[in-house]
Design a protein around this ligand. Structure first.
Ligand code: SF4
Ligand code: SF4
Length: 164
């Protein structure tokens, strides 16, 4: 099943897109995780990154590739992606928790300190999520970026939240 058919990315599509981050890079702190598997003419992520950490090149339909050692985990690219396909994952947040930051274009927007339900790419419940940060400056053009803290073992699956 592809994202075109079911509306969410499958694990096989992620594997085929070869956008995964190495364990060694995860061990260094927050990093952008790009989950963009459709060959569409799109490249604002490449332009948004001042560190040259996202490469698309020519043709513009190439899938974006993350240059993981150039990525600082700053998060600037997250709100710039019209496909809502970039996440910041920090597996070093604490001994037991990771953080995942994602674009969130629904209302109400979560507030810092609240507890929501963390969901996977299909929208299925995974675990409880503490909202640790919500960024919504003008430069994000109405795409708030929400960061949640979750048990570390869910860091590769949690990609959004829903209200309890
Ligand atoms: S998180 Fe920052 S450094 Fe990393 S790819 Fe995005 S814009 Fe570039
Ligand atoms: S901006 Fe988003 S949708 Fe467009 S190529 Fe980059 S990751 Fe894919």
């Amino acid at each position: 099943m592809s994202i075109k058919e079911v509306g969410y990315i499958s694990h096989q599509e992620l594997i085929d897109a070869k956008q995964d981050i190495s364990a060694a890079r995860y061990a260094k702190g927050p990093v952008a995780v790009v989950e963009c598997v459709q060959q569409i003419p799109c490249n604002p992520c490449e332009a948004a990154c001042k560190f040259g950490a996202i490469k698309i090149g020519e043709p513009i339909t190439n899938l974006p590739k993350i240059q993981e050692d150039n990525c600082t985990g700053c998060g600037v690219c997250v709100a710039q992606c019209p496909g809502l396909a970039i996440f910041i994952v920090n597996k070093t947040y604490s001994d037991t928790e990771a953080t995942v930051a994602f674009p969130y274009e629904y209302t109400p927007v979560p507030k810092e300190g609240e507890e929501w339900e963390a969901v996977n790419r299909k929208g299925e419940y995974q675990c409880q999520a503490k909202i640790v940060k919500v960024m919504n400056p003008k430069a994000f053009d109405r795409t708030p970026v929400v960061t949640v803290a979750i048990p570390k073992e869910f860091a590769d699956e949690v990609r959004s939240v829903k209200r309890k």
